[in-house]
Ligand binder design. Sequence first.
Ligand code: SAM
Length: 196
Amino acid sequence: MDEFLINLEKFARQNNIPVILGDTKDYLINLLAETKPNTILEIGMAIGYSGSVMLKNSQANLTCIEASKPNIALAKENFMVQGLSERVEIIEGDCMQELPKLKGRKFDFIFLDGPKGKYLEMIDMILPLLNDDGVWVSDNVLFRGMVRDGEPVPAPRFVVTVQVLRDFLDTLENNPNLDTQVLHIGDGLSVTKFKR
Ligand SMILES: C[S@@+](CC[C@H](N)C(=O)[O-])C[C@H]1O[C@@H](n2cnc3c(N)ncnc32)[C@H](O)[C@@H]1O
């Protein structure tokens, strides 16, 4: 990984900005090499760390949705410094409002790393945006082992999120039109494709 991204990851960790873990990054890089997307949609861009990783490891253009103004400002700067801005479209706002506005567009690769408590509701917003042979990766689906691995839920504020993530995975796995794998990589990844 180049020095800029090493420093950007350090900056994120020092400032408590949650960005993808190392093995998630490696998995995404391999999957991008395999799938060669032309268009990527990222929901939850933060400061553009995972977005930069995906851009630097593909030929794709990236559309990102992000709600936090301070994060957006940092992401713009980070994409610019790396010469990536021309390949990035940033949609500023709440993904629950912005995703429906993308109706009619299609993406080869979707990376969901936004509000975990909304993952279940987002299924019906995301599937119409996925190309027939596209791939959709969602991060944090095992949520520190609490979702399927029997880790206790340490505080009441996590209860709803954990239940939403359980329902999210069950819904994807039980959809007869989808193929979903749940991987113990990083904080848990689900990888969804349409059955062919
Ligand atoms: C885990 S961080 C994303 C990290 C980023 N993908 C990376 O690895 O570099 C989640 C991001 O989702 C954003 N977010 C949370 N709720 C959102 C919403 N409803 N709409 C858009 N963005 C949201 C947060 O502001 C935060 O920047």
